[in-house]
Design a binder for this molecule. Structure first.
Ligand SMILES: Cc1cc2nc3c(=O)[nH]c(=O)nc-3n(C[C@H](O)[C@H](O)[C@H](O)COP(=O)(O)OP(=O)(O)OC[C@H]3O[C@@H](n4cnc5c(N)ncnc54)[C@H](O)[C@@H]3O)c2cc1C
Length: 439
């Protein structure tokens, strides 16, 4: 391939204490938490709204927020859930009066409000494209936006891109998928009107197998699609799988979006003709971001492992506890893969009152001195990505990374040198659930 050298002088448009890149659940929590300390915080997001996959990606619901007794993602999420569900969620215990389905437009607006109230400066349509380094420190992050290229200088950087873009640009190694590079399928989520929820029944495997036998789907997928009740007549679809997806490659993402828009029509036929209550359903929209379940896992100074889930591990440097099942979706459409992943999901869950600790080191990328990572790409093994990737898990890691970045910026220290007691104290002051904190 022919190559060119590309050089430009560009302005350093912002000079801040903490720069958060990516405004999904992790990025919102990180920016909000960093701003609580009074630091100057900037969040830059490539898309047109805050919320990442939970808004632009139309993911229709929150997974586990509670162990049955405590709101595990307390702090930023306590404020968010109180606004989103107007008192229907107990922000101490996490007990919810109804399912935690998401009205994406409400969620977008509430993220805007929370970040504005916290004094976070944030801009959309600002895509990270590179970094300049000074040894092991990121000096500036380079963005492209409508107004052209610009750089941002920060004391501390927080990578909340979901795919670890910032960390990889800073030279941090990563892992992706299993030992053969297989990653979980993605999904294009969708919004539907005209569902008669009173007549909807829980589907079982038989209907989907009939539809597969009848040739409804171009690529047969044995997993049961999830249609969530968003409100009377409206449903949020977490349906279908896009296999063989590489979220770090725009060619693959393009193919995935095209396939997603095709399969949504196939599922419409399935819902209308094989199930009851969906006869008059109408597609309103598909997500403007393709749903990515798995891409890079950034190598960090500590790795959260499946044995920590099994052992309900407690860490001295714990930044939170979480409990969602190890939810690894199939990486290919075979029946064998479906049965294996479904069986594993059923087997790998925790009971009421149980949770595992998340060590601070799983947010500290190796080989760098002013970078933290949060969200689905933190330092985990493949199985634990399947648990920590859901939004409440991302709030926990995001909030802790934001607080850590603010403390490091204030004290001019490296994330790896941060005093854990002061981190835990600051997290507790935000309301975080930290039963094993040493203070
Ligand atoms: C199909 C599907 C269904 C799911 N269902 C559920 C569910 O029911 N409940 C649940 O709790 N979780 C669910 N999840 C998981 C959850 O939605 C995501 O894992 C979570 O949103 C990840 O949060 P994040 O902040 O790490 O990344 P994201 O939500 O992906 O946000 C990353 C943000 O960074 C931005 N960004 C990326 N790269 C750049 C860049 N280079 N420059 C600037 N900005 C950038 C993106 O535009 C995006 O806004 C689901 C996921 C998928 C894919």
């Amino acid at each position: 391939m022919e190559k060119i050298t590309f050089q430009r002088q560009i302005p350093i448009r912002h000079d801040v204490d903490v720069l958060v890149v990516g405004g999904g659940p992790a990025g919102c929590a990180a920016a909000w938490a960093a701003a609580q300390s009074g630091r100057k915080v900037l969040l830059l997001e490539g898309h047109s709204c805050l919320g990442g996959l939970g808004t632009a990606g139309m993911v229709p619901a929150f997974m586990s927020i509670s162990d049955g007794y405590h709101l595990l993602c307390a702090g930023f999420a306590s404020r968010l859930l109180a606004k989103l569900y107007s008192g229907a969620v107990n922000t101490i215990t996490g007990e919810a009066k109804a399912g935690l389905s998401i009205r994406a437009e409400d969620l977008k607006r509430i993220y805007d409000e929370l970040l504005e109230e916290a004094g976070v400066e944030f801009y959309f349509h600002s895509q990270l494209i590179d970094v300049t380094m000074d040894g092991r420190r990121i000096d500036t992050a380079v963005f492209t936006a409508k107004s052209g290229l610009f750089a941002v200088r920060a004391k501390q950087f927080v990578d909340c891109t979901g795919d670890g873009d910032l960390s990889v640009m800073a030279g941090v190694p990563f892992d992706m998928g299993d030992e053969d590079g297989n990653v979980m399928a993605g999904s294009l989520c969708s919004l539907w009107a005209g569902i008669d929820w009173n007549r909807v029944q829980k589907p079982d495997d038989r209907e989907i197998e009939h539809a597969i036998d009848d040739g409804v789907f171009k690529i047969p997928d044995h997993a049961l699609p999830g249609m969530w009740k968003i409100s009377d007549l409206v449903g949020g679809g977490n349906i279908g799988h896009v296999f063989g997806l590489d979220a770090t490659d725009e060619h693959s993402l393009t193919k995935g979006l095209i396939r997603g828009r095709q399969y949504v029509r196939e599922y419409e036929k399935y819902f209308k003709e094989y199930l009851t209550g969906y006869e008059n359903m109408e597609l309103i929209a598909t997500g403007s971001l393709l749903g990515i379940r798995e891409s890079r896992r950034i190598r960090c100074i500590e790795t959260l492992r499946y044995q920590d889930f099994q052992n309900l591990s407690v860490f001295d440097n714990e930044i939170g506890r979480y409990n969602y099942s190890v939810d690894v979706h199939p990486s290919n459409p075979s029946l064998e893969e479906h049965l294996k992943t479904h069986g594993n999901f059923e087997a790998r869950h925790l009971s009421k009152g149980q949770s595992y600790g998340i060590p601070y080191g799983s947010l500290v990328p190796v080989n760098t001195d002013n970078l933290l990572v949060a969200g689905r790409c933190i330092g985990t093994d493949k199985l634990m990505e399947g648990s920590m990737r859901v939004m409440p898990g991302c709030y926990i890691s995001g909030q802790a990374a934001g607080v850590a970045a603010a403390l490091c910026a204030a004290e001019s220290i490296k994330p790896a040198e941060l005093n854990i007691t002061s981190l835990q104290k600051s997290l507790l002051s935000l309301g975080a659930y930290l039963p094993n904190a040493h203070i």
